[in-house]
Design a protein. Structure first.
Lengths: 485, 448, 485, 448
């Protein structure tokens, strides 16, 4: 329906005197003269005034302008855009969870604490690690927390060290998190297989290096087969191996980071464990550690004694708190629900089918789109626009054209090691029919690139808006609505 | 529920297309030595009906709902109109990723653009971002941002700052060779001005103020702003109960350079602490230092208005370690909820709700302090929470109230030993007169 | 999004072995040999087999193909397509209501009984009638129930009578309901004002006429000003005045059928009282009666004694039961919630604004579209395509063209007294902006009719499907999917 | 909540465009004498928070949820997957009207087309309609339809028919000069064949059979069909627990000409009796006599598949008094829920669920009848409900069980005086073994 109608901003619909909410009459005597010494707002001028009817229509229409997993295939690489089961939303919305104040006495929130402790334990088992904190609010926040744990250990050893190694294929949050933790980032180049070069690592690893941040499988979808050796090299110099666990969907039930000698990793519940991404969050980025780092975990730590759960703030070596309270509680519920619904066999199947789907796509598009690395891949694969570039068509054009086919494009912004990347992650929830539709669309677009490149460079054609001018947006920023005077 | 859409037949055919014989073979790049040789030791699988039972049992173990609660201090129990849950739970809002493909994400993008506008209107500042994790990390990001702008290693924070926020600021700044100094509060419960003036004799990047502060007291932002700016520092204001902005003058109009805070009051349930919603606004001049995503308006090739993520050269996916913050996934859906909530309340509804909170809290304060031995601790003006002083250690009184199924307020003694006989009491529109009176009666009995 | 993708039938997505639900293991010992003597289904062949992912996508996509009140203006005449408040959905979904078995002992369902009794009382007050039954499932069902009450009374008097009078402008359910109640329908012609002709009524009214079924305001939106006189004429011959209350939105708080000497009427909760129509139901069609007819009300009747509510089946004169149990309980909750949310002033305002909006539309389109009757109207008005017919354009073409403007068309199928009808009912929940958009579209379409009639006769152009072949559908009925052999 | 979108300013401007001065003047066609001169005497307005409180209080007054219930008899407590509520509550499904404009109603239309297909698959018949009000009106419509086809004034119904259905049939037929005759049941709890043969010696339009019948007993449809058809009548089958069709042979395959029933088991909550879902299917030949709406497949001007309401010359909006039924608004949204439910269960899930119900009921029957004095009343095969006979009047036992918070079954004595010591006990997948055992233990105590 939506293509037909241009939806204004709510402020443009607003008119004085309309309202969407009524409050009960004040049931206490009014006190006069309150706030008389305080500067008071004259008015909430230009704040919207609309009816509930208008609110509902506005957001119903806005919603219909969004592509989403509930609508279709969403192969955004590295984002693990799997289906979000509805039962998880239902349990997370139970008033017994949503109405609880975070500072309620522990004795009144045993259910919540048990949920969190249970998820910690299950994540520890899935990752093969010793302890878990659920506090971080998203993946990058988990990275920062993880790096802080590493730093805290080094500090405890007398010296925080200076550098953190990050492969050139890493997600941008890795260097950024290391930086915010006070480290200088040293990039290490990928080798011709698309993985970390052990030789190079040996060269740069020394006692000023606090850690190596490794993504595994890496952002090319390739498993870092030398990981144990890599860990040994890092450990030999007293460094830590940090693993970006955003790609755990490829490994869960198959292999455990703990057994790969990883010291600390974060998980993205909003990826691997199917909590909805919400158009940009909330996420949840638990951090799992080996024993050596557990004294530094953020407070409070959830403890259990004879079936009674409590929050332990008495952790003298703790890095402190990285956010208010205990974590993204409702997201935690959804992730736990997901894991329980799958069980051990289901978790393994999730990884198997994710990898199967990805390899099926890869096989089907090989030769048509360029694959820089022919190393086998797991849950995702990264093509490039090299073949299509000959016709003046970029990964951006291919992506925009996919929109005309009613499909969501792959990731383009990274990994930086592949120029013109098309990073495709189908996930296990996709059907063969959806995979085939995507394959057919990609093939058709390749043909179009040859026959009618203009069709691609001017795409999309049938979306609510056509290609948007991002340069103008940045050059001449309009970041809020303002009343025309 | 079952989410896998590949049948056994599909599996076989797909493997054969790939040229493999078994699923096992997909994983040959993983060295044998690290492959898991057993099933994970996990419970389940649970059928949907069993999952429901499991979580119902957990919810039952929470007995908080059997108590009449006056807890606040950074998380507030406000009424959420049905339309907020209804609209925000639409799959089109819940299940997309960050709007990297603007042409098919105009819904999310336009909603965030509206969110940014609402935050600017409330804070009285020029620009706002698309959200941060929560109020505490917002406070930390604010002081780091001020440091990027000003370059002075000294950051001043108030001792009446929400303790959670303080802890997070300390965690974030610890590794960065920054000096965080605490400014004490005065008898009014406000930041002590002379201490601030004294502290500002050494150059600082920022003075952070919470208002209403952790004691529920509204700060004299105008004066603090003058003091701060005179010394060349930035004024950052953090707010944990932004509903107060329905009545109070916008901090931006009183001199704040940065305003950040916790948006939980705006349509997010308490949810035992998360997900919540950090917001941040600032003056136009600081836009390049603002952390987090920003949505901007632009046009498409046909000249139609549209919205995109913009100014991303501040962000890690472009700038990597040189980004203003490492934040990537933020609290988009919470911001959407806040947007629906604020637009539903609208100009009248928000003002009225703030007024109702103010009035109910005033009534509660009056009734409670009419009990012999119970007095108001601080003289400064308050909004919907206040600190009471009791004739003996609050922990004892609190325990006696708990026996009567009342959670009378938050203890302050641990963080502020001088306030061990005090508690922070919070009132919202959900406290009917009857509930307030029940508290008063119970307290009378306890103190008898 | 939806325009881009053709959504198959679920059966076409199905493939063997997929599933969207798992059940818990059987927790009792299995009994062998059950049903051994009974013919057992070999298989549920061709029943769908899909995952939850596929279910969600299928229905998300299907939903987006629907125009709806939550999306936009829906001026379908006689249908009162007002906004459906979300709080009503929330209260109706409370487990305390949804999980209750209808045959639960009365003592355990006092809340439910109280809700029903309360709504009965409020509807009696709004209509000015003496008693109400909530049992009927929709408007037509209410009509049938009402006619049965009338018949029961006549039977009790010794003679059921033979005829029921129905004006030619009436909704088709009126004659049909009378017929199913065993009556022969006599149509009475409208006069030049569009109302019932008193003279004609006098002519046909006699002692074989059981009742007159009158819609007021009638389906032209015109108030039957002679209603009291009409009632007197009918009553004088021992007949009853039945009022079709589907248009109560025009009267609530303004005037009461009870005071118009109406003997029995039905209400459509799914119209006047804002319960969602659900794409075709459930509705709810309570019937309100004067005392004379209350002995015949369907059983059970809800009674109250000293605050205790109970179901009374001991009503010897009752017509019996017209459906299982007590009515559309969840719909009843929503209607009660709506009435309570409005209060007396709000109910009146609802009628006032509904009539204001309708008159605003009428005034704005007068002269551009033909108005057969210039009698003042209340909540709706009926234009016709007479002017546009000159250019070969019909009400159907106009309607289909409105779809291209992203708007829902008016009612066309009745009243039969207006050829080429465009029956417009805006309701009170619409904003001026929505009314103006509709007015502008109607004006633009009128211009298009003159300048480019083909644009209309070939409309719609931008919908998910274009004009559908209804003749083929009826001539060559395909009423279910079947596996291609 | 507030739904009016017209501001005071709008009102004034609109009135002036119309040429009026006040809202009053809009109503001048209503004679003064019938105009209401006062406010209606109604409670309210209630703010949204107050509405919630009001209905929470009513829900609290229902104490049914504190009882372990074994009630069925036409309404069944089955598990509803979350996806059913989630998807069906989308505004695009809840808030449209009947799909009169097919080009913008393909969602509703395609869903109903799928519903019709599912009903055909389950019943084993050729065509199905888009829904009827409920099972009881479905039964009434079925016998009236058979009468339209056959023209004989005699209609045979079973005495083991759900009493609600029977009452509605009587209400509907009373005014139409039809003769409804009841066929008794036999020791197996099934329709007595010799009585039926006897009754069919006089021509009848239809024999209606419920299977599983009100006693939970599965009827011998094949034999009854032969008897019925031999006498030239139509066989109409009504079913109140269609979940049984997951296991039982489709009635259409056993000779039924019409199958109707109650679809509540398919994803509709009990909801104290409504809204529920009538469904109806029949042989192709009777399509012109089928009541209610029907969706059909067609093509648009570009040849693309689409769906429309069709064969509407059967309906009142075209045919007025000559329509097959007066039904207009039906139970569209309930049919949608049933469609989502059935497609979610799918081929495996539905069969399994039926099997689970069968097994649990068999277990319960065995356990309960192992109690001395408790026996199975009828020998016929059952699905998920059965009639038990007790050593004394059921009302007494029932009351004693109620004391123990158990609702042990439905009384039969009022409708069937010969069964005053009997009760109809219903088991679904929601009855865990533990719940069944609790019933058994409680009954033992009561009978001790
Ligand atoms: C590989 C990788 N690491 C880290 C992140 C950061 O996670 P988040 O967006 O939750 O902060 C992402 C997601 O964007 C990612 O793909
Ligand atoms: C005037 C009128 N009467 C009766 C009805 C029948 O109501 P329902 O569709 O609820 O059976 C309608 C609605 O279609 C109507 O508009």
């Amino acid at each position: 329906m939506i293509n037909l109608v241009r939806e204004p901003l709510i402020f443009e619909i607003s008119s004085p005197g309309k309202r969407a909410i009524n409050w009960p009459e004040l049931d206490v005597p009014e006190t006069k003269g309150l706030l008389s010494e305080v500067p008071i707002r004259e008015d909430l001028e230009d704040f919207p005034e609309v009816s509930e009817t208008e609110i509902t229509r506005h957001f119903t229409r806005l919603s219909q302008m969004n592509y989403c997993v509930d609508f279709g295939f969403y192969p955004l690489g590295s984002c693990t855009m799997k289906y979000n089961p509805k039962i998880n939303e239902k349990v997370a919305a139970m008033p017994g969870f949503t109405l609880v104040h975070p500072l309620a006495p522990e004795s009144l929130v045993q259910g919540n604490l048990r949920i969190m402790k249970t998820l910690e334990k299950l994540l520890a088992e899935i990752t093969g690690m010793d302890a878990v904190t659920l506090q971080p609010a998203a993946g990058a926040h988990g990275e920062l927390t993880g790096m802080m744990l590493i730093r805290a250990h080094h500090v405890a050893q007398g010296h925080p060290r200076k550098y953190v190694l990050v492969p050139d294929s890493a997600h941008g949050t890795n260097p950024s998190s290391a930086h915010i933790c006070g480290y200088t980032v040293k990039e290490i180049k990928s080798n011709e297989k698309g993985t970390v070069s052990v030789e190079e690592l040996v060269k740069v690893m020394d006692e000023e290096v606090a850690a190596l941040m490794l993504t595994n499988p890496n952002t090319l979808g390739i498993f870092e087969s030398d990981i144990c050796q890599i860990a040994d090299i890092v450990h030999a110099k007293g460094g830590f191996l940090y693993m970006d666990g955003a790609n755990l969907n490829a490994l869960a039930g198959i292999a455990r980071p703990g057994e790969m000698k990883v010291d600390v990793l974060h998980l993205n519940l909003h990826k691997t464990f199917s909590t909805p991404h919400g158009g940009g969050g909330p996420g949840s980025g638990p951090v799992a550690v080996k024993k050596i780092l557990s004294p530094y975990l953020p407070v409070p730590v959830i403890e259990e004694k004879e079936g009674y759960y409590y929050l332990d703030y008495q952790r003298p070596q703790s890095i402190g708190q990285v956010r208010s309270f205990y974590g993204q509680f409702l997201v935690i519920i959804k992730a736990l629900s997901y894991i329980l619904s799958l069980g051990p066999k289901g978790i393994r199947e999730m990884a198997e089918i994710a990898v199967l789907n990805s390899n099926y796509l890869r096989k089907s598009l090989e030769g048509i789109y360029h694959l820089k690395y022919d190393t086998p891949t797991l849950h995702e694969c990264v093509f490039s626009d090299k073949f299509q570039k000959e016709y003046g068509v970029s990964n951006l054009d291919i992506s925009k054209r996919l929109l005309d086919y009613g499909l969501h494009p792959p990731t383009m912004s990274f990994p930086l090691v592949v120029h013109g990347a098309l990073m495709i992650e189908p996930t296990e929830t996709e059907s063969r029919r959806d995979l085939d539709m995507f394959i057919e669309a990609m093939k058709a677009i390749d043909r179009e690139a040859k026959e009618n490149p203009e069709l691609l460079t001017s795409a999309p054609h049938v979306t609510y808006v056509r290609r948007l001018d991002e340069v103008q947006a940045a050059r001449n920023p309009v970041l809020r609505w303002e009343q025309k005077k | 529920m079952n989410y896998i859409s590949i049948s056994d037949k599909d599996k076989k055919e797909m493997l054969s297309r790939i040229g493999l014989n078994s699923l096992e073979e997909l994983f040959t790049t993983i060295p044998e030595s690290v492959r898991l040789k057993r099933d994970l030791n996990l419970p389940g699988p649970l059928a949907e009906a069993e999952l429901l039972e499991y979580f119902e049992a957990r919810a039952q173990e929470n007995t908080y709902d059997q108590y009449l609660s006056f807890l606040g201090g950074g998380a507030y129990d406000h009424f959420i109109p049905a339309v907020v849950d209804y609209l925000s739970s639409r799959g089109e809002f819940l299940s997309p990723y960050t709007p990297y493909q603007p042409e098919v994400s105009q819904g999310t993008l336009q909603a965030i653009f509206e969110f940014q506008t609402l935050i600017c209107q409330l804070t009285g500042l020029d620009i706002a971002n698309a959200s941060l994790y929560d109020g505490a990390t917002g406070a930390a990001e604010a002081v780091l941002m001020a440091y990027r702008v000003k370059g002075k290693r000294r950051l001043l924070i108030p001792s009446n700052l929400n303790p959670q926020y303080k802890r997070v600021i300390l965690t974030y700044t610890k590794n960065l060779d920054l000096e965080v100094m605490e400014i004490p509060y005065d008898q009014a419960g406000q930041m002590d001005k002379s201490s601030l003036e004294e502290a500002l004799k050494v150059e600082a990047s920022v003075v952070l103020i919470q208002s209403p502060n952790y004691f529920g007291v509204i700060e004299d932002l105008k004066t603090l702003s003058e003091v701060t700016h005179r010394a060349g520092a930035l004024l950052a204001v953090v707010i944990s109960e932004p509903l107060a902005l329905g009545l109070l003058e916008a901090p931006g109009k009183l001199g704040a350079d940065i305003v950040t805070g916790e948006g939980q009051s705006f349509g997010l349930p308490l949810s035992y602490g998360g997900p919540y919603l950090g917001f941040m606004a600032c003056k136009k001049d600081f836009v390049r230092q603002l952390p987090g995503r920003i949505v901007g308006q632009t046009v498409d090739v046909e000249g139609r208005r549209g919205f995109v993520l913009t100014l991303s050269t501040r962000e890690q996916h472009i700038r990597r370690e040189k980004a203003t913050s490492n934040i990537c996934t933020n609290e988009g859906h919470c911001a959407l909820r806040a947007t629906i909530y604020l637009e539903t309340l609208g100009r009248q509804g928000l003002k009225e709700l703030a007024w109702i909170n103010l009035q109910k809290a005033a009534y509660a304060l009056k009734q409670l302090t009419s009990i012999p031995g119970v007095s108001r601790k601080f003289s400064g003006p308050t909004f919907n929470e206040f600190v009471l002083e009791f004739p003996e250690n609050w922990e004892k009184i609190s325990a006696a109230l708990k026996e009567k199924r009342i959670l009378g307020g938050l203890s302050l003694g641990q963080r502020y030993p001088e306030l061990k006989d005090c508690a922070l009491v919070t009132i919202t529109e959900k406290h009917s007169r009857d509930k307030i009176d029940r508290y008063v009666d119970a307290l009378k009995e306890v103190l008898r």
